[in-house]
Design a protein around this ligand. Structure first.
Ligand code: NAD
Length: 358
């Protein structure tokens, strides 16, 4: 694949993916198309912005005429769609923007891609890869088997409903028009360049600044965690060796109750900051639970292991230590993204949704 279009490449997973592709495939050109919402940050790719095989395009995936132009001008033969509104809390307070970007945006991208590939006879060898989430499968009870690719979709939040809807459109373009699509549904990612409204970077930021750490309910929700570079390796493998029309679940086989994860991160941050053990535990503040909060997600990643030989390569202990170190070493990055609009938004949301329990 010569001309690879990554959407949302200025975000968390997108920027890790773009960097990986730019370095691994010097013979391909990587186009990063991003709207630069609050979550998109050009700083995330400052180290590779001058590479000859990298180009940034400031655009919206819901802007269909521009997408048609991009496909034609750059003769795109692979699309990796990571652009999305991705934060569940925001989807609860403003669901419309999730429908616009995640559903209409994905549909615009599908249609622009289909037209270009049909016209230039690329339907055999090109690939359209849609990056999705385990949240589309709904919630599990403790002890229930992990999600497989055949689980039925049962999204609960406006975020997961919008992602489920976009997945259905992607499959429909395969089944109706024969577009060579791939879909992956991945569990929670962690690692460098994640916007600090998400649990792990938010915690590191709050511990460092002595700010309360809001914990929903009693912290009993369970998530599976995967280091972002392992996710990126899986995407690369599926892109090149996956079977068109297929879905692949990606997970870390690494389930944690939120409260246990939080205590682990506190221990590591305190240790790295030279604080005595337990120093930051009093920052834990239990707050009213998120509306419709899914209790547990877990991924069965047997299919990608059997068919493509992928497994996570980074242990949680290695990954989380590297992640904490990265945020502590990149204070400027953290300060920049936690200023201005972020602060205004976070404070509004904090007071609206994070009402401490009596
Ligand atoms: N973060 C996770 O744990 C996780 C897990 C599984 C799947 N996913 C999926 O991976 C994808 C990326 O997630 P992330 O955590 O990196 O998200 P993110 O919020 O960090 O980044 C999203 C990026 O998309 C861009 N964007 C938003 N709307 C856009 C639009 N209309 N047009 C063009 N660009 C737009 C933003 O500017 C940003 O750069 C999402 O589709 C998400 O559903 C994320």
């Amino acid at each position: 694949m010569k001309n690879i279009l990554v959407t949302g490449g200025a975000g968390f997973i997108g920027s890790n993916l773009v960097r990986y592709l730019v370095e691994k495939y010097p013979g391909s050109h990587i186009y990063n198309l991003d709207k630069l919402t609050y979550a998109g940050n050009p700083d995330n790719l400052a180290d590779i912005q001058d590479r000859p095989n990298y180009t940034f395009i400031h655009a919206d995936i819901a802007d269909y005429p521009t997408l048609r132009e991009v496909m034609n001008t750059h003769r795109i033969d692979a699309v990796l769609n990571t652009a999305a509104e991705s934060h569940v809390d925001r989807s609860i307070s403003d669901p419309f923007v999730f429908a616009r970007t995640n559903v209409l945006g994905t549909l615009s991208l599908l249609q622009a891609t289909l037209e270009y590939w049909e016209k230039h006879d690329l339907m055999e060898r090109a690939r359209f890869f849609h990056i999705s989430t385990d949240e589309v499968y709904g919630a599990l009870q403790p002890g229930e088997p992990a999600f497989t690719e055949t689980n039925r979709y049962e999204p609960h939040s406006p975020y997961s409903a919008s992602k489920a809807s976009s997945d259905h459109f992607v499959r429909a373009y395969h089944d109706t028009y024969g577009l060579p699509i791939l879909i992956s549904n991945c569990s929670n990612n962690y690692g460098p360049y994640q916007f600090p409204e998400k649990l792990i970077p938010l915690m590191i930021h709050n511990i460092r600044t002595g700010t309360p750490i809001p914990v929903y309910g009693k912290g009993e929700n369970i998530r599976d965690w995967l280091y972002v570079e392992d996710h990126v390796r899986a995407i690369d493998l599926i892109l090149h060796r996956g079977t068109p029309g297929e879905t692949y679940n990606i997970g870390g086989n690494n389930e944690w109750r939120n409260i246990d994860l939080i205590k682990t991160v506190i221990r590591i941050v305190d240790e790295m900051l030279g604080n005595p053990e337990g120093h930051s535990l009093p920052l834990i503040t239990f707050v009213k639970d998120r509306k419709g909060h899914d209790l547990r997600y877990a991924i069965d990643a047997q299919k990608i292991k059997d068919e493509l030989g992928w497994e996570p390569s980074v242990t949680f202990e290695e990954g989380i230590r590297h992640t904490v170190r990265w945020y502590l070493d990149h204070r400027k990055w953290l300060e920049r993204v936690t200023g201005g609009d972020y602060r205004t938004y976070y404070h509004t949301m904090y007071h609206r949704q994070h009402t401490p329990l009596p």
